[in-house]
Design a protein around this ligand. Sequence first.
Ligand code: GLN
Length: 480
Amino acid sequence: MSDLTTLTIVKAHEGLIKKEFSALELTKAYLDRIREEDEKIHAFLVVLEELAFSQAKEIDDLISLKKETPLLAGIPLAIKDNILIDGIKCTAASKILEDYTATYDATCIKKLKNAGAVFLGKVNLDEFAMGSSCENSAFVQTRNPHDLNRVPGGSSGGSAASVSARLSAGALGSDTGGSIRLPASFCGVVGMKPTYGRVSRYGLIAMASSLDQIGPFAKTVEDAEIIFKTICGEDSLDSTSIEREDIKREKFDIKKLRIGVPKEYFIEGMNLEVEKNIRQAIKKYEELGVKIEEVSLPHTEYAMPVYYIICASEVSSNMARYDGIRYGKRSSKGENLLDTYLNSKSEGLGDEVRRRVMLGTYVLSSGYYDAYYVRAQKIRSLIKQDFDKAFKKVDIILTPTSPCTAFSLGEKTKDPLTMYLSDVFVGAVNLAGLPAISIPCGKVDNLPVGLQLIGKPFDEKTIFEAGKIAENFQAPIMGE
Ligand code: GLN
């Protein structure tokens, strides 16, 4: 039997229903590989061997009874460790949640369980999903499977690295300001952020609630679409989730597609080889009959400052609950309640989380609220309007996912601002609530490049279809 970890979800499903191999064998292949390779990659915080085998066995029983088997039945997935699985520890890669065990399933987990997916384990992230390199995890440093001295991107670095190194067939991550797309691009896999509200956030440890979305990682666009379709939908437990029909379009016709290329996304200082790869992809679309149009998103330059003001404000409010009393590990030091609060937070939370709590508290404090928070919200509307205007002319917008390829470990940790700038091409999408996907687009110096396709609200369908075409522009570039 060939190496089962090389199969896409679609192929693995075919093999399972044709009984070429069992779900137990498929799961074992991944667990064996995790045992061998994860010592180098450090994608996993915990491997759920027992759970995975029992889930796989159930699927084998189902298949032997010739019961209908959903596409994800028996497919081994990795789950970012800020998404709750009932009875399993969920740390958000923070010391403050080191001993926290989830008491319920996130809605997306419930849906994956109903579809028969197998959970291999919980994977690493930047603490509470704050970061772009996975270096803010309190526990381990995940490495890029393409070059172990480089970061996998963040915050969903464990999810991206696990798919890239074939330690999982697919994964869930969360994207607040690029945390699915950036690591997908650095690790050479597909990563997709759905429209805000498409996927329930119930059971996702909140970072910035007006921006957070859960989404899939996979080897191919088709696989990512399968995971997305399984987890999306309205949920009474998340009032911001909504059910919407995909924008009606007869059959996807590449010749009718109009792609917008924003001039503000090809900036000075970006890696010229990365730009070349992206321009080649644009040319290939054009050769297929796609109409390429230059569009303008004039408020792009404000996206990062606005993102980091709104994000920090929401972070400061969401982090208030981790005080050692209501939630989180309690410090044993201190004479009174205030000491307990202060010590629990300073012992339990890392530098980046505390930096954002302070920044957000400052921004929201009286006297500064109007100058920063309210102004940022106004510019957020202008950013959204830029996209609305562009989408009157085009169906999707194409950009690089990142101005550079994966950077070296430690390269940006000393300067939070340079780290924040890694998100320049991904953050505006969250501010505008749009769906977007990152697709591998060749390599530069042996490191993957990502191509980003941004869609109209609730038009995931078009970015998936256009993405399936773009992934054939290059030979596959999975990690070792
Ligand atoms: N890098 C961004 C940040 O640190 C994005 C994080 C995310 O999407 N979770 O805020």
